[in-house]
Design a binder for this molecule. Structure first.
Ligand code: FAD
Ligand code: SF4
Length: 510
């Protein structure tokens, strides 16, 4: 072989130009490695999903006539680390030429770049041909600026790719239809049952068990429910546009007991492994909307497009602009340990129990559960953002650092001091009650702020405002609530703060 071409576990892009022609002089290398199973404790389904999808991709490449070397975790030649494996394979094929696609994760990028400098290698870097924007998009879209608005970024991409545009104007005359969206699920509303797959990944499960790879969460490896190849990913996309797009935005923020995905697409795993491309997803949704405009309103399609070409590209740009410093930002200097129920689901708070338990069962929670339940609680209880990150990075099937970190440390924990979000996403029980039916079956009473049955979110919310008012007083989006707190009766305030303190002391038994 003349060249080695590395394919990382999240580079399963079958449409990449590398594969447009066969060349027997190129050897494609894919590897399952302990450095990847062990950099954080992963959910079982995440390990199974990634290895399952990688194996499927390697088989499809080989079937198409490409030369592939796949090192499984239990392969006798596997050195279990990226650079050692690369070095070893180059020795065996007697070559010093390596082609690489830009990794999306800083950790891997750093590893490969430091290797490139050290050895006598001929390295060629390629784009992963997946995203709509480049890594340095922030510099391009916001020259000489220190703050960046997702909305500005998103509009720019809409213009550049001519998505939902009529000439130079946004389709329908408005860029954003958010306020038509975000309703609670009506009582007795029937959501479509999520489309699940039944992949048999028990061989991988046995291998992980034998290798003693630490993991958590639940899985049925014989009926693995996530898509593990392009065909299944496209089926899930079809299912989404046909059954869920119609109500996507409307119930985007809704939560309900025993409903784990509502109208969400669950496409994040297929997207983040690159089995699907963002443009393909958006084009499919747009085409379906165009031929079903009697059923699907502009607000629904715009709400979906915004997530994929707006938020997803934006958080990636934030990540690359601010790494590696971003990973250690801790604006509020919080340092409490993450309560044990994040790992077990055993809590009396119904909203937390539901959101955590479904995360353990499906390696999935939708955005508002991540942001306004588990994230909100971690922020109100002053949890160390490192521990919060480790949990989010491990628990979700779609969690890769470039997308997890800005969402967790930035949007959810405000540990970046406002780079991603314009204010901390915190709420009392009232918002949770408004958007869900969780409170109806809770041990606590959402209408009480003090007393034995009082919903913990209520007093903890006011304590947060009280403690952080100095830091946040210049934030115009926080001013009103800070001023409301300032006007409360001093005795009430005292009682609320004392209640919150009790919750914090007994946090493990909430
Ligand atoms: P849908 O609701 O159907 O949305 C469609 C798609 O839009 C998603 O598949 C995703 O690709 C994209 N999208 C929507 N919101 C975001 C966002 N804020 N950032 C990036 N992409 C977005 N997403 C991940 O992919 N990986 C993560 O590790 C991750 N961690 C998160 C941690 C926290 C604390 C929060 C608040 C959000 C996180 N998100 C993460 C963003 C979002 O919650 C998930 O992308 C979404 O829940 C995935 O489910 P879905 O495919 O059903 O999404
Ligand atoms: Fe969550 Fe409070 Fe509602 Fe219970 S009462 S479900 S803790 S918001």
């Amino acid at each position: 072989f003349q060249r080695l071409r590395l394919i990382l576990g999240d580079q399963l892009n079958a449409s990449h130009s590398w594969f447009s022609e066969r060349n027997d002089q190129n050897l494609y290398l894919m590897m399952e490695m302990r450095q990847e199973t062990d950099y954080v404790k992963h959910h079982q389904q995440k390990l199974l999903g990634f290895f399952g999808a990688m194996r499927g991709f390697a088989t499809a490449l080989a079937d198409a006539g490409h030369k592939v070397l796949y090192l499984s975790l239990d392969h006798s030649d596997n050195q279990q680390s990226l650079l050692n494996n690369l070095q070893q394979v180059l020795g065996v094929i007697n070559s010093n030429k390596v082609d690489l696609q830009q990794p999306d994760e800083y950790r891997l990028d750093h590893q490969l770049r430091s290797w490139a400098g050290r050895e006598n290698l001929e390295l060629e870097w390629f784009d992963s041909e997946h995203f709509l924007t480049a890594r340095d998009a922030l510099k391009r879209y916001f020259p000489n600026k220190k703050t960046y608005l997702m909305e500005t970024f998103y509009r720019q991409i809409r213009r550049e790719y001519h998505i939902l545009m009529d000439g130079k104007k946004p389709t329908g005359g408005k860029w954003n239809y958010d306020h038509d969206n975000r309703n609670k699920l009506p009582k007795d509303h029937q959501t479509p049952a999520p489309k699940l797959f039944t992949n048999d990944l028990s061989g991988i499960e046995t291998m992980l068990h034998t290798a003693d790879v630490a993991s958590f969460g639940n899985a049925d490896a014989e009926k693995f429910l996530w898509p593990v190849n392009r065909k299944q990913s496209r089926q899930l996309l079809d299912f989404f546009v046909t059954n869920c797009l119609e109500d996507f935005g409307r119930y985007q923020d809704a939560m309900a007991t025993n409903e784990w995905s509502i109208y969400h697409s669950r496409l994040s795993f297929s997207l983040n492994t690159k089995m699907l491309s963002p443009l393909e997803v958006v084009n499919k949704a747009l085409a379906f909307w165009q031929s079903n405009q009697d059923k699907i309103t502009l607000a629904q399609i715009e709400g979906f497009v915004r997530q994929i070409i707006g938020w997803r590209e934006f958080v990636r740009a934030i990540y690359w602009h601010h790494m590696p410093e971003y990973k250690s930002l801790n604006y509020f200097e919080f340092d409490r340990p993450l309560p044990a129920y994040y790992w077990s689901g055993e809590t009396k708070m119904s909203c937390m129990q539901q959101s955590i338990q479904q995360s353990l069962d499906y390696a999935y929670a939708h955005h508002i559960q991540r942001l306004m339940i588990t994230g909100n609680f971690a922020l109100l209880t002053e949890i160390d953002p490192d521990q919060v990150d480790d949990w989010y990075l491990g628990v979700y099937i779609d969690a890769i650092e470039w997308v997890e970190l800005p969402n967790t440390r930035g949007m959810s924990q405000y540990a970046d001091g406002g780079i991603v979000g314009s204010k901390p996403y915190i709420s009392s029980g009232r918002y949770i009650h408004k958007m869900s039916n969780y409170c109806a079956s809770c041990h606590y009473d959402v209408n009480q702020t003090t007393g034995e049955q009082a919903c913990p979110f209520n007093s903890l919310y006011w304590r947060f405002i009280d403690k952080q008012q100095q830091r946040l007083q210049d934030n115009h989006r926080m001013r009103m609530i800070i001023s409301l707190w300032g006007k409360r009766d001093p005795d009430d305030k005292k009682a609320i703060l004392a209640q919150a303190q009790q919750h914090l002391i007994h946090i493990e038994s909430l």
